[in-house]
Design a protein around this ligand. Structure first.
Ligand code: NAP
Length: 325
């Protein structure tokens, strides 16, 4: 009896666990790592949504490389708590908390005014902050836009445009847009851009999130085109599927977590693993790559068929929607 238990552990359970562990390790290896640890001393980075998840790990990775990092967060208490947390393990670099609420265009303008006034140079803007809020919650930004589109796309659209003169003056500089491969499930429908005519609530995924991530990808393409020859490079990134607070509004039932566990074991990255492609695009030499989409620390071929006329129109419509009155 005892010997059959021992032999099943030795010949079945142990090899199975070893194989599962090796597959996970192999997947982690394929996700890539930013191994560029050059000093970023004297370089100024802005990371939006730096108080949580991937943004926090990005800020930490930049501080480790001696950068000056502005943590652009909607809650300064959270930003300061995260700085205290980072300082427990990283003593280099400078971490500066600043208030930015992307759901309020007046907050975006106030933040941009302060940055322009207080910082002679900005070398990299990392548009990382994001929400995935189910449509049935019917949440809107201060300016009345559907929340996913308003925060993920419009807020960053205005912020980037306000900081462009500074980024151009500071060239070589970069804009990094954190999108997602979920953009491949998105649509840009100019007749219903931010759900103004209602939504099909039967869809399983959050269509507004996927659409906002597609808007991010189109914004990256158009921005790169408009910035050609200025010394400001643009990279759009998918960090991969990561364990963060992003889906905190999804109200998933407990049994869905149980069903999801095996998938998570093979696919889910830590926030630190998710930050690696952002750090790679922020730090590595990437000549001739402006406008490209990155995932797993390398260029990614999107399955979406991008149309240049859509990126131009999305820019124009976004500009009209957010025009300062
Ligand atoms: N996690 C994934 O699997 C995954 C996959 C693909 C792409 N992404 C993208 O990665 C980025 C980072 O997400 P995450 O996974 O790290 O999620 P997270 O832990 O929820 O972090 C999101 C950050 O955005 C901030 N934020 C939300 N609304 C904001 C607003 N109105 N103004 C300013 N900041 C705001 C949050 O601040 P509060 O803490 O104050 O809410 C938080 O710091 C997002 O753009 C997301 O779309 C994530």
């Amino acid at each position: 009896m005892v010997s059959s238990v021992v032999s099943s552990v030795v010949y079945v359970i142990f090899p199975v666990l070893l194989a599962i562990g090796l597959v996970r390790k192999y997947r982690e290896y394929k996700w890539g790592k930013c191994k560029d640890f050059r000093s970023l001393h004297g370089k100024v980075f802005i990371v939006t949504g730096a108080n949580s998840g991937i943004g926090k790990e990005t800020a930490k990775g930049l501080a480790l490389r001696q950068a000056r990092v502005i943590l652009a967060c909607r809650d300064l208490v959270n930003a300061n708590n995260v700085i205290t947390e980072i300082r427990r393990t990283v003593s280099t670099g400078e971490l500066i908390p600043m208030k930015l609420d992307l759901a309020s265009l007046s907050s975006v303008h106030a933040f941009a005014d302060d940055v322009i006034k207080d910082f002679p140079e900005i070398h990299t803007l990392i548009n990382n902050a994001g929400v995935s809020i189910p449509l049935k919650k019917n949440k809107k930004t201060e300016n009345g836009f559907e929340i996913n589109f308003g925060v993920n796309h419009l807020g960053h659209f205005v912020l980037t445009n306000r900081l462009l003169p500074k980024l151009k003056e500071s060239a070589p500089s970069r804009v990094i847009i954190v999108s997602s491969t979920l953009h491949e499930k998105g649509v840009i429908d100019f007749d219903n851009l931010y759900g103004e005519k209602g939504w099909d609530f039967k869809q399983r995924m959050n269509p507004a999130y996927a659409n906002s991530k597609l808007a991010n990808a189109y914004f990256g393409l158009e921005l790169a085109k408009r910035l050609e020859g200025t010394g400001v490079d643009v990279f759009t990134v998918c960090p991969g599927f990561c364990y963060t607070k992003l889906f905190r509004h999804a109200d998933l039932k407990w049994w869905k977590y149980v069903l999801f566990f095996p998938i998570a074991f093979f696919y889910l990255r830590s926030a630190k693993q998710g930050s690696q492609t952002i750090l790679h695009c922020a730090v590595a030499d990437l000549p001739g790559m402006s406008g490209r989409f990155f995932r797993d620390c390398k260029p990614y071929m999107s399955k979406h068929e991008f149309k240049p006329e859509i990126s131009t129109k999305l820019w124009d419509v976004s500009e009209k929607l957010t025009l300062r009155v």
